[in-house]
Each structure stands twice: as structure tokens, then as C-alpha cells.
Ligand binder design. Structure first.
Ligand code: PEP
Ligand code: MG
Length: 845
């Protein structure tokens, strides 16, 4: 007869489900089905537990009657997903004076007292929430019971039903508590996630022969490599072996006999159980076991706790051994987990002295001395001293300092501000928008409210993965991109059905992305090539030119430098597409902002300071992001784009002469009108024609438009007439769609997210409703005019799994993202492909 699901004995055929009884109960049933020696266990459904929290008791007498008179019981949490946690296990329920006496007679007074005392403590403190200090050492069960009685005004309960009722009730209530809710919500649990409970017959862990308890697993929690890890403690229960330094190793204990030396058969049985779980549960499990006079029981098995590195290794090894298919290995790893393998991380096991937090703008962590200027960062680097560059916000002038810094911290900005974009590209950890910080650039101090003042040279740690700023040096975990990581990426390449390109401005970026096996460069922001000091000076000469002739002379000097840049990129990318965006930012970004800088520039250009200052003022704009930048600059100062186009074509010619293929794409930024494209296209075509004539080579290229303004998306039809491709620059497009400054939004973003105005920072996660509608519109209008037009996203959203899903559904050809996002994007794309209906039906049958 089927048992009611509210309280169900875990047998091979019982209707235990993870949804109703939780993953632990389901796992125990699997162990039972595998004929493993699991003690009698009963699963309580999440409905029962929910009722308990509300004051409705299940039939406790019926529950107790399933076990034998005198059995001690344990209760364990069984949430639907093991990640959602749950209240801690309670052992030895049923312990009372009579059982203590019996144990004393069989195993000695002190063993009985220790067991009884530990239960009274757990019951009083963990279950009934009495003050822990009341039950502190030294203590005997008699005194503990007296304290209990004083507090509760009733004797310590002797009957198992009362004890069990209170244990179950307290676990049910703990699950409903606010902090438990918040914790599991943070791990992805739905608001109504329920808790099942497992009541199990205890193995006492005391007695004659080989008796005790242990925990064992067959892979390392740190690396995932095959390695037996575990401890066994004679005359103990539960996980006590993990807490005692002198607990024995399972195998090969250099300090003395291991468990295997004394109990080879039992250790062999445990190994066989681990292997069976691996192949049948398709997971590496950590096994809790007891021996009772040499007889093995398996009480529980949970997924081996693991670092990100171990998680990848375990999934890959399971697939390599044929335990799971490759596509399942791909879906087992959350894409952002890979960040933890690519960057140093603050160790989860070390202490964290958190000073404040900002926006987690570029992953990874670094410790170093505080510096307040790019020059100081470079100086620190030359002394081999790790440093943290702290700025109000960064500007192109800081680039070299950002290269030199080990991490970047800015008071202002958000996920697409200058600091964030550059840091992600460089793979340098960054926290932006740490608005609590008070920076005094003149005094070179950093004040954290309520904490001390930090000076230049003081040590801090920036955790760009969590957004936290920590005092002092934190314990770190090193990156690891070998073996399993590389294999997982290979499998992701086999599975994915959307292109992944990289946003790369330098050969280093391109090289790094190639190690991740990228499909091409989707965005080369050429302005980043001008920050080298020599180039910056020539650039500034160009900006200060009085007339077109002088400007052309400065550009002539920049031309060979740009040509070399592009030649290197083309040859590195070996025929993969390289999409080069023509110059985009407002010119004043290349000019110094302070007096010292202006004086130095005046000297370098041999001009009076007043002239330099006047020109800088002339170039100032009230709203530079909406001013003279992008294609507007290209139209008003055509020499710049002409120089860049020539550099690209000459680089193509040079690459081809060297016997390599070069696939050049030229992208026009910040377009809002068809005529802009026509004007630029005519000039570029003319340059291409002259380079073809001059070199005699057949130079091929594709010209496209970066859709960054709402108007460009709306008018994508007519823009497409002249474009081989449209690439959505979702940073600017988000900024302009919301009317939200990407450099200032950090100030109020958390208030907006906390109050639910935005579900998430739209610069981080594509707003698929609003900005997404523009993308759909733009794509449809572009395709209506040119059916085969190439479509893509190249804003920072490009590497985000949600945007990849969006792009894939919209039929885009590729997404492009910063180099360290490439592996994340590949894995996300692969997961989408293998989860797509047609693939699932293939593999599931
Ligand atoms: C964009 O606007 O999405 C983009 C990629 O360009 P940038 O971030 O350089 O403005
Ligand atoms: Mg842009």
C-alpha cells in the first residue's frame, strides 16, 4: 500500500521525490536502491515541514513507531537543491537518563556522559535557543539538566516524542527565518522554496571492536583531482572526525595506522561505494559513514564541496570517463564560475576585513599599496611593488598607470565607465563607484567612513569579483587555466552555434583571446592605440593644428604607427575577421586636465601656455558624450578617418605580401543618419582605390556601422543600404535609450536596483525590454533591406549570458566581448545550444 507522502520510509520503491522531500532524501533513496547499507530513514515532505513552522504537528507517534524502542535518531535538512542550505543536523534525539545508564553499563560512564551532555547542549542551545554560556565547560549532564530546568521551568524531557517534536519544529522555523530566506534567495532559490527533513536511526559510534565514524571523498575539494581525502575517529559520531586533528587518515597515515591498515575490507567497501555513487549518481560524493563493531553503515552522501577549479575538473573528468555526456558537463558549470579560474581570487577560507564596497566592475582580486596617480602606479611598478590605483574616475590619460596597477578603484563610475571597460580588457581587477569613499587627491588620503584614514603606500585589497574593498592583504587563490578548463572550452566550441569575438585593442589582448580560441576581433577601439607617450604627443600636435595641412602632417606621423598596429593584429588573427572601429572619443580626452599637464604640453609643442589653455577650453563641451565624437569628428575632420583607413588598407596589403590572409572590417561609430555613412563610405572607398592602385593588390574589406544611437536603430533600414554589417554598441545605446550617463549612473544605481526600479544595472545586463526592442527593430529593418546583413552586439553586454541568449534568438552572427569574458561567453553559448529543444531530444532518448 503506498505510504502517504507527508512521512515516508525511504525504501527502493517509496515515492520519494526531490521536489517534495528534498535532494538529501532522494539521494538516500538512490543509495538504498544501490544496496548500500543505509540505516532506516524516513523522509518528511516540505508540506509537513511548512505545516510544522505554522504550528501543525505531524503524527509524531506514528513517526516514532517506524523506529525501534530505544533507537536514537538524527534529523537532517533536505532542501530541494543542496546549494540552498538548511539548518544543521541534530544527532542523538531520544537520549535520556535510562539510555545514558544503559550506555554507561555497556561502554563506560564517561562515554555515556559525553554523549548525553552533547545532546543536552545541542537541544538546549540549537533547538530551544537557550543561552550557550549556561552550558559551557566544565559541565556534567546533571548540572546541564539543572540549568535547563531553571531556564525552562520544566525538567529536561525524557521522552523521544517531545524531543523530536521540538527538533522538527525548530528546524522548520529556522528555514522560514529571514536570514535563511535571504541566503537561499541569493543562491537562486525561489521565494516559496520548501524544506524536507530526513529522520534516521543513529549508529551510536560507541562500542567494542572497530567502532567510530568518518567522512571520505575520492577527489580533492581544491583541485578536483582524484585523491582520497577523509578522516576517521574511533568511538565518535557524525562529522567529529573532521574536527579532530588526531583523527586517522582513511589510507596511508604517516602518523600511524590508517583505517585501511586495520579495516581493509571496510575501506574497500567504501571505495566501491564511492565508485558506485560516481557512476550511478553521476557525481563525486562525500560519504559520511560509521563502523559498529566493524560493520559499515553509510549515513549520508552529499556532493563533494568544491572550489570553482574542482568543479570544472570534476565535470570534465566525469564526461571523459563516460559517466556523463559532454553536453551535461558543459551545463554543470555556471559560466561566471570560469572567472574564478582566470583571475586570482580572495580565498573563501581566509578572513575578510571589509572596508566598503562598490560595483564589481572587473573580476579578480589584488593586494597592493595605494597610489593616487598614474605616474605613482608606474613608479611602483618599476620598483616591482604591487599597487592599487585609486582615482575619482579614470580618463585616457591614466591608461599607462592602469597598465601598471594591480587593481583599480574608483569613487565614481559603474560597469561601463572608462575604468571598468579598460580594466576588464586588461584583466585587471576593478571596483568602480565606491561612493562611500572620501578621496582627497591633494593630501593623498582615502577615508572610509567609520574607519581610519588610508595614506599613499598603505596596503589594501580590491576584490573586483565581489565589489569589496578589504583592509590589508587577503589570502588569495591563484588562477588555473590549464587542463580541464581548456578541455571544457574545446567542448563549448563544438557545441555552440553563435560566434564569439573579442573586443581587443592591442596585440596582447588579441594573443590572450587567441589562447581562448576566439572567432575574430569584434571591436578594436583604435583610440586606445594613441596613449603611448610618443603617440600622445603627435596626437596632441594633430589636435592643436591650426589648419588641415598641419593636421595632415601630424597624421602622417601617426599613419605608420597605426599601420604597424593593424599589421600585427591581422597577422596574429590569421585571416579571422578584425573589426576596426574608427576614432570615437571627443578630442579633449587626449588633452591634459591639470595645470602641470598643460605646462608640460606647452613645452612639448613649443607653444605658449595661454594658447594651449585656450585650445583646451575651445574643445570643452557641456556634454561631450553627445558632442563632437564618433562619426561627427570623422565628418568635420575627415583627415583622421582617412589616415586610419589608409593605415588599415596598407596593413592589409602588407599582411598579404607576407603571405597571410587579412580580413578587414571597418566600423563607423555613433552614426545617427544615413548621410553620415554615405559621406564616410565615399572617402573610405576612395582611399581603398588609391591603396589598390599604389600597391597593385586586391584589397578586400567590409564596411559597417555601429548602432549606438536610438535613431540609428530606428533608421537601420536605410543605414543598411551602405553597410555590410550592423554591430550594436549597447553601452552607448543603453545610455541613450535611458538617457542615463554611463559615467554617472554608479551614484544612484544601487538605490535604483534596491528599490526595484531596475531589475539590474542595465549597463551590466542588457535591458531586453527597452534596449532589446530597439535591437529587434534595428535588426528587422536592416534585414528587410539587406537579407544577409551581419548582425552582432559589441557592447560590454556581449559577454553576458543573457545577452548571448538574446543575440542567439535574434539570429545574430556573433557577440563580442573583452578577452577574459570570451571563455564565459563560449560556455554560455554552448549551454544555450545544448539546451535548445532539438539537441535535448537527440540526447535524451
Ligand atoms: C558601445 O557603445 O557599446 C561601445 C562598444 O563603444 P564604447 O564602449 O567604446 O563607447
Ligand atoms: Mg560607444
Amino acid at each position: 500500500m503506498p505510504q502517504p507522502p507527508d512521512m515516508i520510509q525511504i525504501t527502493p520503491t517509496a515515492e520519494v521525490t526531490a521536489g517534495l522531500h528534498g535532494s538529501r532524501a532522494k539521494c538516500l533513496q538512490r543509495l538504498v536502491r544501490l544496496d548500500l547499507p543505509v540505516p532506516l530513514s524516513v523522509a518528511l515532505s516540505s508540506d509537513t515541514v511548512h505545516g510544522l513552522a505554522e504550528g501543525h504537528l505531524p503524527d509524531i507517534a506514528r513517526l516514532c513507531a517506524i523506529f525501534d524502542e530505544g533507537d536514537l535518531l538524527s534529523v537532517r535538512a533536505s532542501s530541494q537543491s543542496p546549494d540552498w542550505g538548511g539548518p544543521g543536523t541534530v544527532l542523538n534525539i531520544g537520549m535520556n537518563d535510562a539510555i545514558a545508564q544503559r550506555i554507561a553499563a555497556e561502554h563506560g560512564q564517561s562515554a555515556a556522559e559525553a554523549l548525553y551532555l552533547s545532546f543536552i547542549r545541542a537541544y538546549a542551545v540549537d533547538v530551544l535557543r537557550l543561552d550557550e554560556d549556561l552550558f559551557a565547560d566544565p559541565m556534567t549532564p546533571r548540572i546541564a539538566k539543572a540549568h535547563f530546568e531553571d531556564e525552562m521551568e520544566e525538567p529536561f524531557p525524557q521522552d523521544i516524542e517531545t524531543q523530536l517534536t521540538e527538533v522538527l519544529r525548530s528546524m522548520a522555523r529556522a528555514w522560514e527565518g529571514t536570514s535563511a530566506r535571504l541566503l537561499r534567495r541569493a543562491k537562486g532559490a525561489p521565494p516559496d522554496a520548501g524544506l524536507g527533513l530526513v529522520v534516521q536511526r543513529m549508529a551510536l559510534g560507541l562500542g567494542k571492536g572497530e567502532t567510530g565514524a568518518g567522512v571520505v571523498q575520492y577527489v580533492s575539494s581544491d583541485t578536483g583531482e582524484a585523491q582520497i581525502t577523509g578522516r576517521y575517529l574511533p568511538q565518535s559520531q557524525g562529522r567529529a572526525a573532521l574536527r579532530e586533528n588526531d583523527a586517522q587518515f582513511i589510507e596511508k597515515d604517516p602518523r600511524g595506522p590508517s583505517l585501511e591498515d586495520r579495516c581493509p575490507e571496510q575501506v574497500a567497501a567504501l571505495r566501491a561505494a564511492g565508485e558506485l555513487m560516481r557512476t550511478r549518481l553521476r557525481e563525486e560524493m562525500q560519504i559520511e559513514f560509521t563502523l559498529l563493531d566493524g560493520q559499515l553503515s553509510i549515513l549520508d552522501a552529499v556532493m563533494v564541496p568544491r572550489t570553482a577549479r574542482a568543479e570544472v575538473r570534476i565535470a570534465v573528468d566525469l564526461a571523459k570517463d563516460g559517466v556523463i555526456p559532454k553536453h551535461e558537463a558543459l551545463t554543470r558549470i555556471a559560466p561566471f564560475t570560469l572567472n574564478q579560474l582566470m583571475h586570482r581570487q580572495v580565498s573563501p577560507n581566509g578572513p575578510r576585513d571589509v572596508l566598503t564596497r562598490g560595483i564589481a566592475a572587473a573580476p579578480g582580486a589584488a593586494t597592493g599599496k595605494i597610489v593616487f596617480s598614474a605616474a605613482a602606479a608606474q613608479a611602483a611598478q618599476s620598483r616591482d611593488e604591487p599597487c592599487i590605483l585609486v582615482r575619482r574616475e579614470t580618463s585616457p590619460e591614466d591608461i599607462r598607470g592602469m597598465h601598471a596597477a594591480d587593481a583599480i578603484l574608483t569613487e565614481r563610475g559603474g560597469t561601463t565607465s572608462h575604468a571598468a571597460v579598460i580594466a576588464r580588457g586588461l584583466g585587471v581587477p576593478c571596483v568602480a563607484g565606491a561612493t562611500d569613499l572620501q578621496l582627497n587627491m591633494r593630501k593623498k588620503t582615502l577615508t572610509v567612513p567609520g574607519r581610519k584614514i588610508f595614506h599613499e603606500g598603505d596596503i589594501i585589497t580590491v576584490d573586483g569579483s565581489s565589489g569589496q574593498i578589504l583592509a590589508g592583504a587577503a589570502k588569495m587563490i591563484e588562477p588555473n587555466m590549464g587542463g580541464a578548463f581548456a578541455t571544457l572550452l574545446e567542448w563549448a566550441d563544438e557545441a555552440r552555434d553563435i560566434g564569439i569575438r573579442v573586443n581587443a585593442d592591442t596585440p596582447e589582448d588579441a594573443r590572450l583571446a587567441l589562447t581562448f580560441g576566439v572567432d575574430g576581433i569584434g571591436l578594436c577601439r583604435t583610440e586606445h592605440m594613441f596613449f603611448d607617450p610618443i603617440r600622445l604627443t603627435v596626437m596632441r600636435e594633430m589636435i592643436f593644428a591650426e589648419n588641415a595641412g598641419d593636421r595632415a602632417a601630424a597624421l602622417d606621423r601617426l599613419l605608420p604607427m597605426q599601420r604597424d598596429d593593424f599589421t600585427e593584429l591581422f597577422s596574429l588573427m590569421q585571416g579571422r575577421p578584425v573589426c576596426i572601429r574608427l576614432f570615437d572619443p571627443p578630442l579633449h580626452e587626449f588633452l591634459p586636465g591639470d595645470r602641470d599637464g598643460i605646462r608640460a604640453l606647452a613645452e612639448a609643442l613649443d607653444l605658449p601656455v595661454s594658447r594651449v589653455a585656450a585650445r583646451i577650453e575651445q574643445l570643452q563641451e557641456f556634454n561631450p558624450m553627445l558632442g563632437m565624437r564618433g562619426v561627427r569628428l570623422g565628418i568635420t575632420m575627415p583627415e583622421i578617418y582617412e589616415m586610419q583607413a589608409r593605415a588599415i588598407f596598407e596593413a592589409v596589403a602588407a599582411t598579404m605580401r607576407a603571405g597571410h590572409a587579412a580580413m578587414a572590417e571597418i566600423m563607423i561609430p555613433l552614426v545617427s543618419a544615413k548621410r553620415e555613412v554615405e559621406l564616410i563610405k565615399d572617402r573610405i572607398d576612395a582611399i581603398a582605390a588609391s591603396v589598390r592602385r599604389e600597391t597593385g593588390q586586391d584589397i578586400a574589406f567590409r564596411l559597417g556601422v555601429m548602432v549606438e544611437t536610438p535613431r540609428a536603430a530606428l533608421r537601420a533600414g536605410e543605414i543598411a543600404e551602405h553597410s555590410a554589417f550592423l554591430s550594436f554598441g549597447t553601452n552607448d545605446l543603453t545610455q541613450m535609450t535611458y538617457g542615463l550617463s554611463r559615467d554617472d549612473a554608479g551614484k544612484f544605481m544601487s538605490a535604483y536596483v534596491n528599490q526595484g526600479v531596475f531589475v539590474e544595472d542595465p549597463f551590466q545586463r542588457l535591458d531586453t525590454d527597452g534596449v532589446g526592442e530597439l535591437l529587434h527593430l534595428g535588426a528587422a529593418r536592416g534585414r528587410a533591406v539587406k537579407a544577409g546583413i551581419t548582425l552582432s552586439i559589441c557592447g560590454e553586454h556581449g559577454g553576458d549570458p543573457d545577452s548571448i541568449a538574446f543575440s542567439r534568438e535574434a539570429g545574430f552572427t556573433y557577440v563580442s566581448c573583452s578577452p577574459f569574458r570570451v571563455p564565459v561567453a563560449k560556455l554560455a553559448a554552448a549551454q544555450l545550444a545544448v539546451k535548445a529543444p532539438q539537441t535535448l531530444s537527440d540526447s535524451d532518448t
